[in-house]
Design a protein around this ligand. Structure first.
Ligand code: FES
Length: 146
C-alpha cells in the first residue's frame, strides 16, 4: 500500500469513527428517566411514561430508566410486547460497571459484555445474567417489586 492509499483509508476510518460517535451520542441522549412513585417496596411507573410526543406524533419508547436510592445503579424497564415488561439492574455481573442501554441490548463500557433486554448474557466476559425484578401491571401502571 502506498502513502496516498494509506492516507485515504485513514481518512475514511476517521470519518466512520466520527459518524459512529455521533450516532452513539444520539442514542445516549434518547435515554429517558421515568417519573415514578415509591410505595410499599414497589416502584410504580405510569405506562404513559413509555409514550413520547414528537412532531405531533406519539412514539413508543422501547425502554425507560429509573433511579432509586435503594440501588446504586439505575434500573432499565423494557417494553417487550403489549403489557409485557422486563426490569433489569444496570450493574454488569462481570466487575460491576454501569451498563449502557443500546436499543434492545445492554452493553458494558468496561470490557464489552452484552446482555439482552431480558438480562441474559450475550457476550462475555460476564457469565451471569443480570438481576431482574418481578413486575406486575394493571391497565394504568407497571409495578416493580423491589
Ligand atoms: S465490568 Fe462489565 S464486562 Fe467487565
Amino acid at each position: 500500500m502506498d502513502r496516498k492509499e494509506f492516507l485515504k483509508k485513514c481518512g475514511f476510518a476517521c470519518l466512520g469513527g466520527s459518524t459512529m460517535m455521533a450516532l452513539l451520542q444520539s442514542c445516549a441522549s434518547s435515554n429517558y428517566f421515568a417519573k415514578t412513585i415509591l410505595s410499599n417496596n414497589q416502584i410504580i411507573i405510569p405506562k404513559s411514561e413509555f409514550l413520547e410526543i414528537k412532531n405531533n406524533q406519539t412514539i413508543s419508547r422501547k425502554y425507560v430508566l429509573i433511579k432509586n436510592a435503594k440501588f446504586s445503579f439505575p434500573i432499565v424497564v423494557y417494553s417487550i410486547a403489549e403489557n409485557v415488561y422486563s426490569a433489569l439492574l444496570m450493574e454488569c455481573t462481570h466487575k460491576g460497571c454501569e451498563l449502557q442501554a443500546a436499543g434492545i441490548y445492554l452493553v458494558c463500557p468496561c470490557h464489552g459484555s452484552e446482555f439482552t433486554n431480558l438480562g441474559i448474557v450475550q457476550n462475555p466476559p460476564a457469565e451471569e445474567n443480570l438481576k431482574t425484578f418481578e413486575i406486575t401491571t394493571d391497565h394504568e401502571n407497571i409495578y416493580l417489586h423491589i
